[in-house]
Design a protein around this ligand. Structure first.
Ligand code: ZN
Ligand code: ZN
Length: 519
């Protein structure tokens, strides 16, 4: 056993490279590996890979500076623990946001935020010993180096060739194309407008790329989300407004605030969201504030938050519902109601809301009753068959909705239907039968030598439906006119010939004629 352990140790010592310099603060892994190989006089990075127990640098090329699960070979040949290797990657940044530590989610999270090729500040390379490339330089949100106030170069300043992040030949500060010294390239100055955001983002990224002093929460993403929510509410911004300002879908903002199962938000979204709120990420990731969020709020604090949310909803004319309040506070409505005082406040709001709705409904019903009565009258006056559904169509509501929602309308319809059946009123199909009745009454009057008048017809037919149908009224009027013409003829005949012809009961005008005569 002991011999084996000694052998392992001997082997381990034997494997350590003669020169294994300390990584510089925020130095990128690609930079350190190149520096390590160069310092030890290795001819290529593949040699380094071979020494590190056949480590394939292919992965490093594909995902440069991304956190990978194990660097055991590199740990052995440098004696630097694995943590130090992780420090040279985006590991801490990804962890700060509570993003899952797997290649896919890391790639999605960092998509669009990183430069695919080497960027550098030549003055940093020249001034700092030993020269190294910072992880910061990979972030496109930084236009340049705040320390020297210059823009990063993204190609060789001598031959303009783009520079790969990882080169087979380990040369840290030389251009692989022209062998020019990158430290002597001329950068341009940062513009005045760029200085402030560069400063802010440099500080933000420095914080994100270093380990958190506080142990991270199991639900770190949700904790950060609650912090964003809280600050969004403080700015009186709503999710759709933030989405509009970010020119992103609402689901992305919701993902940051509430953390969706399938994550959508990436680093760029978080950075932009913070900018919209007017906070730096250092302020958002402030230890004290995050710590306060971890502890559940006291009922008193929650009550204050609920009151603030109610004020916000009122100001926006939104309904004061537990769900809406919960949305603003990042809590479900039922969770809120677990606090007795909050529950009392919510119940009061709900009651007030119901009363308000009732008042609004009463007013609307009054308007509808008037509208329906007016419509019914118009239809009646025109003698048109009345179908209640058509009346509803005219006020643009369904019959069942009106009857269910408004008791007064229901009563109005019922009364109308009752009257109608009493009066024997039904649509045009019955008209023929009614005309027949009127015709019979007229014939009775004529055969009895009585004057044909509306009053007498009514007395015979006994039903007052005549009053309603304009068509039938028209028919009677025509009949009366014809009768009067006959009567006049009869008197003239009597005056001339001394005797009167009996007036025959007439079949005309028929209902067919009536329809032809109808204007
Ligand atoms: Zn610099
Ligand atoms: Zn060059």
């Amino acid at each position: 056993m002991e011999t084996e352990a000694w052998d392992d140790q001997k082997q381990a010592i034997w494997k350590v490279l003669p020169l294994h310099p300390r990584p510089q603060p925020l130095e990128s892994m690609t930079s350190y590996i190149t520096r390590l190989a160069e310092a030890n006089g290795l001819q290529s990075l593949n040699e380094l890979g071979a020494l590190a127990g056949g480590m394939r640098l292919y992965n490093l090329k594909r995902s440069p500076d991304y956190p990978a699960p194990l660097y055991s070979g590199l740990v052995q040949i440098t004696g630097h623990p694995e943590e130090r290797w992780l420090d040279m990657t985006f590991f801490h940044l990804v962890q700060h946001f509570g993003c899952a530590m797997n290649p896919n989610s890391c790639h999605n999270f960092l998509a669009g935020s990183l430069a695919p090729s080497l960027r550098y500040c030549p003055i940093c390379l020249a001034e700092h010993a030993p020269a190294s490339y910072s992880l910061l330089w990979r972030f496109l949100v930084l236009p340049g180096c705040i320390e020297h106030g210059v823009r990063f170069l993204d190609q060789c300043g001598h031959c303009r060739s783009p520079l790969p992040l990882l080169r087979c030949l380990p040369q840290l500060t030389r251009c692989p194309t022209c062998q020019g010294d990158l430290r002597t390239c001329e950068p341009s100055r940062l513009s005045d407008d760029d200085v402030e955001p560069t400063d802010r983002y440099t500080n933000d990224l420095k914080m994100l790329l270093t380990p958190s002093p506080r142990p991270l929460e199991k639900e770190q993403a949700k904790l950060i989300g609650r912090r964003f929510q809280l600050l969004r509410q403080r700015r009186d911004l709503w999710i759709p407004e933030v989405a509009h300002l970010l020119a992103r879908d609402r689901s992305v903002v919701r993902d940051i605030d509430y953390v969706s199962r399938f994550r959508q938000a990436n680093l760029g979204d978080y950075l932009q969201y913070a900018a919209v709120l007017g906070y730096s990420l250092c302020e958002i990731f402030d230890e004290q504030s995050l710590g306060d969020l971890v502890a559940p709020p006291s009922e008193e604090q929650l009550l204050d938050q609920v009151k603030a949310a109610i004020r916000q909803l009122k100001a926006r004319g939104k309904p004061i519902l537990p769900g809406n309040i919960g949305d603003l506070l990042g809590m479900t409505g039922s969770r809120l109601k677990q606090y007795p005082r909050v529950k009392k406040l919510l119940t009061r709001c709900e009651k007030e809301r119901r009363q308000e709705i009732f008042q609004v409904d009463l007013k609307r019903e009054e308007e509808l009753v008037k509208q329906v009565e007016r419509t019914l009258k118009q239809l009646e006056a025109r003698g048109e068959p009345i179908v209640l559904q058509h009346v509803c169509d005219m006020v643009d509501l369904s019959y069942s909705y009106m009857v269910m929602k408004y008791p007064r309308i229901r009563a109005l319809f019922q009364e109308y239907q009752k009257n109608r059946s009493e009066r024997g009123l039904s649509p045009r199909l019955d008209e023929e039968a009614k005309v027949q009745q009127v015709q019979t009454a007229i014939n009775v009057l004529v055969s009895q030598g009585e004057p044909v008048t509306l009053r007498r017809i009514r007395q015979i037919v006994k039903k007052d439906f005549i009053r309603v149908s304009t068509r039938i009224l028209y028919f009677i009027r025509v009949s009366i006119r014809i009768f009067r013409a006959y009567s006049q003829q009869k008197s003239l005949f009597q005056a001339q010939f001394g005797y009167a012809l009996p007036l025959e009961p007439t079949q005309s005008p028929s209902i067919k004629r009536l329809h032809q005569m109808w204007p």
